[in-house]
Design a protein around this ligand. Structure first.
Ligand code: PHE
Length: 346
């Protein structure tokens, strides 16, 4: 009997539950789609006696409304649940957006490596100001008032003093200012390296920049000798450029060291045979160095009869260019990701 079937469907629909989209669709297919149970009953209406048709038709309409209302309620409930639970909106089957990883700047990689090598030899790390008084950048380091090296270093001055040049304010041209500050405030033994940014008024090109980075080192104690300087830099060269590296010292001049030497390392690209990097000499220059001039020790309040010391300074850009075969200084500041990405994982 059709009315029994209607009753059966009413109780089924009233008891139905739906907890996801698939079940909702199953409900729709089963009861209200064109092939669903309710439509099927409507199709059967024509087989019913004329006089019963009206009453049964009304029952079927009630059933149809019930099914449609239930469907709408289920649908609304699912949507609300999705709104309050955002996870239900995430399609976990979609491909993920690539998460690009950043990398360290090559200058950072090399600075850290330099620091690590010297720390293992017992050096600590010191920092000082980039805006500095003439005294710390020049005068205390034995640059006479009219010393040509003041001009040689192409200094950016911030203010010139009316009286004493020692009070001029400038952007430091080397990190040696930190050596002076350290010696002024600390009694030997002093064993420290000073990484930092330095400034010189130079036109920007592949080989020069007005801002670059240095690491300087200072070792002051009783009986520090030139041999200590040589051994320290030899060890550094082997750690930085490979264990087969050799070093050579060439006489040089700095106002704050006496004697002074330029340090070259055997070319680690051609192993001394001659290439573009070493300009076919087999050697590349990596640092300036020397024994701290007794005048400098005295300027900083250290007894030069009791103590001796060595100092050295190197450009981080230069070491980085040598290590990675980079031929243009400007690459370091252009922030071109095609350049920077090559150091991922380095
Ligand atoms: N301060 C020197 C420069 O910037 C480098 C240096 C440091 C040389 C210490 C000798 C000793 O050129």
């Amino acid at each position: 009997m059709i009315t029994d079937r209607v009753k059966e469907l009413v109780s089924e629909i009233e008891q139905a539950t739906v907890s996801n989209k698939e079940q909702l669709e199953a409900f729709r297919l089963k009861y209200i789609s064109k092939k669903g149970a309710v439509t099927e009953l409507f199709d059967n209406l024509k087989n019913i006696l004329q006089e019963d048709r009206r009453a049964v038709g009304q029952e079927l309409n009630t059933l149809k409304n019930l099914a449609q209302n239930r469907f709408q309620d289920f649908q609304a409930a699912l949507e609300n649940a999705a709104d309050s639970n955002p996870e239900m909106l995430i399609d976990l089957t979609l491909p993920v957006t690539p998460n690009l990883q950043g990398s360290l700047h090559p200058l950072t990689i090399v600075r850290r490596r330099i620091i690590e090598i010297f720390e293992r030899m017992g050096f600590n790390v010191s920092y000082g100001p980039e805006i500095e008084k003439d005294w710390y950048n020049f005068s205390a380091l034995n640059f006479a008032d009219n010393h040509p090296a003041r001009e040689m270093q192409d200094t950016f001055f911030i203010s010139k003093s009316e009286g004493d040049v020692k009070d001029d304010v400038l952007l430091r041209t080397h990190t040696s200012n930190v050596q002076v500050r350290l010696m002024e405030r600390q009694k030997p033994p002093i064993r420290s390296i000073m990484p930092g940014r330095v400034f010189r008024n130079e036109a920007i090109s592949a080989r020069a920049h007005c801002v670059f980075h240095q690491v300087e080192g200072l070792y002051v104690d009783k009986n520090v000798s030139f041999k200590d300087l040589k051994d320290t830099l030899y060890h550094f060269a082997k750690e930085m450029f490979g264990k087969d590296s050799k070093i050579r010292l060439r006489p040089s001049y700095f106002p704050f060291t006496e004697p002074s030497a330029e340090i070259d390392v055997s070319c680690f690209i051609c192993k001394g045979k001659g290439c573009n990097v070493c300009k076919h000499t087999g050697w590349v220059e990596i640092a300036g160095s020397g024994m701290v001039d007794p005048n400098v020790l005295e300027n900083c309040g250290i007894d030069s009869e009791e103590y001796t010391g060595f100092a050295f300074g190197m450009g981080i850009e230069r070491i980085t260019m040598l290590r990675y075969g980079i031929n243009d200084l400007r690459l370091f500041t252009e922030n071109d990701v095609r350049f920077l990405r090559q150091f991922e994982g380095a």
